[in-house]
Design a protein. Sequence first.
Length: 296
Amino acid sequence: MSLSSFAKSLLAGATFALAAASAHADGIGVSLLTQQHPFYNELAKAIIAEAKEKNVNAEIAIANQDLNKQLADIEDFIVKGVDTIIMSPVDSKGALAAVMRAQTAGIKVVTVDVPVEGATVASYIGTDNYAGGVKAGELMAEQLGGKGNVAIIDYPLVQSVVNRVSGFKDAIAKHPDIKIVSIQTGITRAEALAVAQNMLQANPDINGIFGFGDDAALAASVAVKSAGLTGKVKVIGFDGMPEAIKAVDSDPDMVGVIQQFPDQMGKLAVDTAVKLKAGETVPESQPIVPGVYVKK
């Protein structure tokens, strides 16, 4: 099934719950960053499944990386009077006003995958991105034998990515013979491809590329091949989506992926919202330890 078809069926599958949410001034409002990434589609699927299991209403709105749309969607949830808002911010700083507005209205906010900078929410659920970045840096150092030049494809607007890139840098810093020679932003796969091509052209001695997400890493592996550098540049991703896992198994340039578990995050987010509705105390932070997938 194509991504667009999947997204349509995903939203259609939620329609029954959405109608119920519109008819009652309770339930969960869910604002997700995008539907253009398998991670968020898996997250949405898990939220829908767990909401059905717990017999609660869950309305999902997709921001598609548009902060203004996300702010409007959250305002809509506030007007409807939902009990809890689960959100993955498009912009860690830009979403602060919406969180404060919801809290002023007495609505609990749970952030998933991406935190909101400057806000104290009921709970944050997500991968320990810093630890994942450290794992990526350690894997890169191992793959390069402790020496070489590396580049990073970044997405600095999102705090979770900031954390994983910080972890990567700190791990690399422990290896004085490895230098980070380029850091550029490439949010979509197309942008990441162009960025990776530019990096390799400007720095033909690059030995490794860390992509902030699997889309960035997969784009980097394409750029490596286009530059005639297959087998000479190690690429590491971050997410663990099926396409990237398959690439690690079959592509000589994709040497590893830091794995996230969106299914666990979605289930835990709904369970946390249910507990908040019942007046129970929940942890302010609920980190999920990332895994590392390498060639079999």
